[in-house]
Design a protein around this ligand. Structure first.
Ligand SMILES: Cc1cc2nc3c(=O)[nH]c(=O)nc-3n(C[C@H](O)[C@H](O)[C@H](O)COP(=O)(O)O)c2cc1C
Length: 161
């Protein structure tokens, strides 16, 4: 996302919240894109803490949200995932008013999971696999064209405003 936005002529800071990175106030940016992988139906803790701690400043600038989710590529689950993981955020965090959201297909690295996590994750992706198909070491459902187009739309929106 950062690379795409830079290639479109924007100045970008990519900040990894889980690494305890320090960051400037959100309101110093024209746009703040906040995202998370989904684990057990929830955003991870660092972006949620960031939203809670920086809500006042976030409410003074444009915000866009994305999640990387195992259900994003499942036609039967995609609407539910959009509603639960993204559309619910302004209700959970009053003051948060995203101009855009993106539900992005997930990455699964089975060689890194223990047996319990494997079983859980297999259940998430079972509809996206052929019955009887062996689990590969890694499945990557990210749709890079969609990700690129989302960022392009956001950057063009900023350049026009
Ligand atoms: C333990 C675990 C729980 C997960 N729970 C969900 C879930 O509830 N809903 C969902 O859509 N995806 C779920 N996923 C899939 C992840 O969202 C997907 O693997 C995503 O790529 C994780 O983000 P990350 O690659 O940034 O870690 C889960 C994955 C794992 C490993």
């Amino acid at each position: 996302m950062g690379k795409t936005a830079r290639e479109l002529g924007t100045q970008v800071d990519v900040i990894h919240l889980e690494k305890g990175a320090r960051f400037p106030e959100p309101e110093e940016y024209d746009l703040v894109i906040i995202g998370s992988g989904i684990r057990m139906g929830e955003w991870t803790k660092e972006p949620l803490e960031f939203i809670e701690q920086k809500m006042e400043s976030l409410s003074k600038t444009k915000v866009a949200l994305f999640v990387v989710s195992g259900y994003a590529g499942n036609p039967d689950k995609v609407a539910e995932a959009q509603a639960e993981y993204l559309d619910s955020m302004p209700t959970k965090y009053p003051g948060l008013s995203p101009i855009s959201t993106a539900l992005i297909g997930g990455v699964f690295q089975f060689n890194k999971y223990n047996l319990a996590i494997r079983a859980l994750v297999k259940n998430i992706i079972k509809d996206q696999m052929t019955p009887g198909e062996e689990l590969p070491e890694k499945l990557d459902f990210r749709n890079w064209d969609m990700i690129h187009d989302w960022i392009k739309g956001l950057v063009e929106g900023l350049q026009e405003s």
